[in-house]
Design a protein around this ligand. Structure first.
Ligand SMILES: Nc1ncnc2c1ncn2[C@@H]1O[C@H](COP(=O)(O)OP(=O)(O)OP(=O)(O)O)[C@@H](O)[C@H]1O
Ligand SMILES: [Mg+2]
Length: 324
């Protein structure tokens, strides 16, 4: 059983890898022309495909299977009628949450490719609609249908994190509505990308932490941002370095909890020598920073560990009056 589970996991992972950014419009067009050759002449096909609908993350082969199944079913449903229309529409929609009037839509808010496949064929009664996505379910004569079409469609749509819903009325027709999440850069994602751009600061920083790993990593990162950095491994040593050239530093960054002299005490002593120098104190999330109320300490900022170096750099830039 474990082996089987592992095989299934590997399989689905491999399948995921076939997924790629792709547009639905060309696949729909290809599938229409494939199905059209076998369709009766009295069926009109209307397509309204927005070329700017946007890309989804998907497998073109599987999605072609979806289209062909849906269009073939529609062609069958239209087959008995004297004339009829198959309309296929693709557009971009924004969903704001679940829609109460349609339980089959259970999607996160966001942007989706919305595909509707509508036919004016025979339609289905509710007791048929209920079962259409089940494997082996068919109303066709033996040898004419396997009943697998829509169950495969359903599986593929779910794999693409989409949904499929059906609305049908006997004698009027059937509409399938499909939603696929779009690979859109939302305003929020764009903002994140901007936030991740490297802040370029300048200035001479005194950086104190008793954790040498944090110290060397922080130094490297801050230097890559553009600062020059002097480090010290404890508060007492930090103060000694500061006293060698009190006017030489633009800002002090220090850990709170350190042996000999903690960051709080270091800041107090530094501010006594040089009032107004920007200071940033950080501490572990659960560490209690005792002493006076942080706001009354006179230092510029307090941050929690783990340190977000970009945030720290922005704080320094702000304190130094550099543009952020
Ligand atoms: N557009 C449609 N209009 C009316 N009934 C439909 C439509 N699409 C599907 N159905 C109903 O749903 C049933 C199941 O469809 P499904 O595609 O799963 O199997 P099938 O078409 O019967 O066989 P297969 O696709 O395997 O050849 C159909 O037999 C039919 O009764
Ligand atoms: Mg079918």
């Amino acid at each position: 059983a474990t082996k089987l589970v592992r095989q299934i996991l590997t399989f689905s992972r491999q399948e995921e890898q076939e997924f790629q950014p792709m547009e639905l419009q060309p696949i729909i067009e290809d599938s229409v022309s494939m199905v059209q050759t076998t369709m009766k002449k009295n069926i009109t096909i209307e397509t309204d495909l927005d070329p700017a609908c946007g890309a989804i993350h998907g497998d073109p082969t599987q999605l072609q299977q979806v289209m062909i199944n849906l269009f073939t079913n529609a062609a069958h449903a239209l087959g008995a009628e004297q004339s009829g229309t198959l309309s296929i529409k693709l557009k971009q929609v924004e969903l704001h949450g679940r829609k109460a009037d349609d339980q089959s839509i259970d999607l996160d808010p966001g942007f989706y490719a919305c595909l509707t496949v509508k036919d004016t064929g025979c339609g289905m009664p509710p007791e048929v609609q209920e079962h259409i996505f089940e494997p082996y379910f068919t109303t066709k004569k033996k040898g004419e249908g396997t009943g697998f079409g829509l169950s495969i469609v359903h599986g593929i749509v779910r794999k693409h994190r989409g949904t499929i819903a059906v609305a049908s009325e006997q004698g009027t027709g059937t509409t399938f509505t499909l939603y696929f999440p779009l690979l859109l850069e939302t305003a929020e994602q764009e903002q994140k990308a901007i936030d991740l751009s490297i802040p370029e600061g300048y200035g001479h920083l005194l950086f104190v932490d008793d954790d040498e790993a944090v110290l060397s990593m922080g130094r490297e990162i801050l230097e890559s941002f553009g600062y020059s950095v002097v480090t010290a491994t404890n508060g007492r040593r930090g103060f000694e370095i500061f006293m060698q050239n009190p006017e030489g530093f633009d800002a002090l960054i220090t850990d709170y909890s350190m042996p000999e002299m903690n960051g709080h005490e270091l800041i107090r002593q530094v501010l006594a020598i040089r009032q107004g120098i920007p200071t940033i104190l950080y501490s572990g999330y659960m560490e209690k920073v005792d002493g006076e109320d942080l706001k009354n300490l006179g230092h510029s900022a307090f941050m929690a560990k783990p340190i977000d170096w970009r945030e720290l750099s922005r704080t320094v830039q702000k304190a130094l009056g550099q543009e952020v």
